[in-house]
Design a protein around this ligand. Structure first.
Ligand code: SF4
Length: 379
């Protein structure tokens, strides 16, 4: 009789603890050993043989007042489909992630990890660097969780928050994103609190409905939601964000109002302020009218929505400059006068092209520009 080969355990990065134990059990691996492997992977950064973290191709850093912002590129397998099909240079792709330092009110430094859910993006937002690439492919669950693994264990950052605001539209890859959230919040693993995870969307109404169903389940109600609004009305939003042509603002507003009332977290509304496009006082009034259900009122002095005002970071070949400081201050004060709770996002990583709306691998983008005469969906 031949001796039995020892079973090769699966990688823990794509599975919750319960799923890992079940997958290992199918392979004849004892639950105790499987659980130990899972803990070692997530807590000590030691993946079971023969698994290894996805390689980091490059890191770029920039000093900010809060600490070091780090953008890193992870290498993942390429694709035979999409805009890079047949391209011999596309046998590997790069996924971009950013580790952003934050100082808490008490002065403690924590890090937020901005993860990508896709390589490239199909949404075509006009202000966004990633849109220039088109969608190359969606990431797998383990490629999403692998970004956390590299940020935490390969680069050694203490990650307190996770935002799905990197390359891609998370609701275009929602099954994988929700499974990744399940793993990242698993108390046997990365143990990130659900209240520290945020999914950001351009406003895919079908995805918002699925999100609503999920947050009604036990343990999920504190999952964060951010909506990229970026425009005060349909006319401007149609131009900036092609998604709006099929899913206009009134429908988006209704989908958000339909979310179950179990929520205990504010919805975050992202607004990229672009000079000459969406920065006038009348725009602030129209935006406030759209956000009225989430503003403060005499009955609800604490608003249940938060506007995150983001000064535009010019993408390469941008038709628009960054806004003047005075324009950002003025827009912010108009929104506050309207009863909205507004935070201004400080721009970090602009020189490393790691700031919001600037993720996109230059060499892939360049190749795409050669292949196609017009960038997909760019408004
Ligand atoms: S802003 Fe987000 S959804 Fe829009 S194109 Fe860029 S990555 Fe895609």
């Amino acid at each position: 009789m031949r001796p039995t080969e020892p079973s090769i355990p699966p990688s823990p990065l794509g599975l919750s603890h319960a799923q890992y134990l079940s997958a290992c059990s199918d392979l004849g691996i004892h639950a105790k050993r499987a659980s130990e492997m899972y803990h070692k992977a997530f807590r000590d950064g030691l993946l079971p043989e023969p698994h290894a973290p996805q390689p980091i191709a490059q890191t770029l850093t920039e000093e900010t007042p809060e600490g070091l912002t780090t953008k890193f590129l992870t290498t993942v397998p390429g694709t035979t489909k999409g805009p890079l099909a047949g391209d011999p240079n596309a046998s590997t792709l790069e996924v971009e992630s950013v580790v952003i330092p934050m100082l808490t009110r008490s002065g403690r430094r924590t890090f937020t990890l901005c993860v990508s859910s896709q390589v490239g993006c199909a949404m075509g937002c006009g202000f966004c660097e990633t849109a220039q690439m088109g969608l190359i492919r969606s990431l797998t669950v383990s490629e999403i969780v692998g970004q956390w693994f590299n940020a935490r264990h390969t680069l050694g950052n203490n990650i307190a928050n996770i935002v799905f605001m990197g390359m891609g539209e998370p609701m275009d890859n929602l099954d994988a994103v929700l499974q990744a959230v399940d793993i990242l919040t698993d108390h046997h693993g990365a143990s990130i609190p659900m209240s520290k995870v945020t999914i950001s969307t351009v406003g895919r109404i079908d995805g918002i409905r699925v999100f609503g169903e999920r947050i009604a389940e036990p343990g999920w109600k504190r999952l964060g939601l951010a909506i990229s609004v970026n425009a005060p009305n349909d006319e401007i939003r149609d131009e900036l964000m092609p998604i709006n042509r099929g899913m206009p603002m009134a429908e988006l507003q209704q989908a958000l109002l339909d979310l179950p009332m179990v929520r205990t977290r504010k919805i975050c509304f992202e607004y990229v302020l672009i000079p000459g496009v969406n920065d006038q006082q009348d725009h602030a009034r129209q935006l406030a009218a759209f956000l009225r259900p989430w503003a403060s009122t005499p009955d609800r002095p604490v608003p249940n929505g938060l506007v995150n005002l983001i000064p535009y970071n010019p993408r390469r070949n941008s038709p628009w400059p960054a806004p003047e400081e005075s324009a950002v201050e003025a827009f912010m004060s108009w929104l506050i006068e309207e009863g909205l709770f507004v935070k201004r996002r400080r721009t970090k990583g602009r020189s490393a092209m790691a700031a919001c709306g600037q993720l996109g691998a230059a060499h892939i983008r360049k190749r795409r520009f050669v292949e196609l005469s017009t960038p997909t969906g760019d408004a």
